[in-house]
Design a protein around this ligand. Structure first.
Ligand code: IPM
Ligand code: MN
Length: 374
């Protein structure tokens, strides 16, 4: 058997704490299921690496990561002092928020953020139908509002003009939307109890835009969506403006299945979706290149580095553990034992949700004991 390589990037803020717990559970799974897996942990990218070396990671960091089968990241980002021009620089050759640079450099153009409410998780909505929330937000991960073009004219003067250019290309739009339809179909095929949307179809994709105010990319998205939808007559389609979608995520989130959104809209909607499922401590994600299996996918909790609570045993590690479960699902086709370990971890986390969060280390200890005992 081929040995699979997993890179762990604890990162900044609460990242190292949630990663310590997760690495321990991963080690437990490796030994219990005899996984053909080799794990390597990196001190970069991080702000502590930056303090020592003047950049967030070595120049060849991204290339080192390419040699792995999958990457698990804790959290990255600590804006630091606003006058430090290096604070958003990944390395000498890459100048962008480190996390965004990693996604871009690895060409991980699709971000998948599942939002399923599980029994035991906090439920912030009063309507009991909210227990049926089960959606997958697919976020564009390579361009759009995050294109990092523009600048500040006459910066710092009363006449300053800041521009932030959004770039949407047909190629990135088409691959994203096609991926959303493929995933909707797959989800319908894998569901134990079928869902039926308004049209009687068992899968749905909802497109998000702000086409009434941003017609250029709104129309590109809408037209591409309509064209691709014709190839998926079994999938119900639906279009929401992002502001209305925010209302519906709160009013009737159980109606959504796959939601496909631009980079920024997807970012915002997935924080909202995380709260529908119990909060940031329970929301995992995957950054993928669905078109190229050689590129390692990067898994991470939706939450950030939360510097305000870092080092205080206050971060729920279960979002990172759920991201590890997604990582194992992603590698499952490589070896049957990995699929078994993934299922075991999903079950372990689901069972653990009956305990309200009471500390990073406590959660880790409880899960380690269950893993060793069961
Ligand atoms: C996320 C984060 C990042 C994003 C930040 C840290 C740049 O909020 O992964 O959702 O906006 O993509
Ligand atoms: Mn975000």
């Amino acid at each position: 058997t081929q040995t699979l390589k997993i890179a762990l990037l604890p990162g900044d803020g609460i990242g190292p704490e949630v990663m310590t717990v997760t690495a321990e559970i991963l080690a437990g799974l490796v030994s219990r299921f005899q996984l053909p897996v080799e794990v390597q942990s990196f001190a970069w990218p991080s702000h502590s690496w930056h303090q020592q070396h003047g950049q967030m990671m070595p120049e060849d960091g991204v290339d080192q990561l390419r040699a792995f089968d999958a990457i698990l990241l804790g959290a990255l980002g600590d804006p630091g002092p606003i006058d430090d021009p290096q604070r958003y620089v990944l390395s000498d050759s890459i100048s962008l928020a480190p996390l965004l640079a990693l996604r871009k450099e690895l060409n991980l153009w699709a971000c998948e953020r599942p939002a399923r409410w599980l029994p035991g998780a906090p439920q912030y909505l009063a309507d009991s139908r909210a227990n049926n929330v089960d959606m997958l937000v697919i976020r564009e991960n390579s361009e759009g509002e995050y294109s990092n073009q523009g600048g500040r004219l006459r910066a710092g003067t009363p006449n300053e003009v800041a521009t932030q250019v959004e770039v949407f290309t047909a190629g990135a739009t088409e691959r994203l939307i096609r991926h959303a339809f493929d995933r909707a179909r797959q989800r319908a095929a894998l569901r134990h109890t079928p869902r039926h949307f308004a049209t009687g179809k068992e899968a749905q994709v909802c497109l998000i835009t702000k086409r009434n105010a941003q017609p250029f990319w709104g129309d590109l998205y809408t037209e591409t969506f309509a064209r691709i939808a014709r190839e998926y007559p079994d999938v119900d389609t639906h279009h929401e403006l992002v502001d209305a979608a925010c209302m519906k995520f709160v009013q009737c989130p159980w109606r959504f299945d796959v939601v496909v959104a631009s980079n920024l809209h997807g970012d915002i909607l997935t924080d909202l979706a995380a709260v529908l499922c119990g909060g940031p401590g329970l929301a995992p994600s995957a950054n993928l290149n669905p078109a190229d299996a050689r590129i390692p996918a990067l898994f991470e909790p939706v939450h950030g580095s939360a510097p305000d609570i870092a080092g205080r045993n206050m971060a729920d590690p279960r979002a990172t553990l759920m991201s590890l479960a997604m990582l194992l699902d992603y590698l499952a086709h490589k070896h049957p034992a990995i699929g078994n370990a993934a299922q075991h971890l999903h079950d372990l986390i689901a069972e653990d949700l009956k305990y309200a969060f009471s500390g990073t280390r406590e959660t880790g200890q409880r899960l380690s004991q269950r893993l060793a005992a069961g």
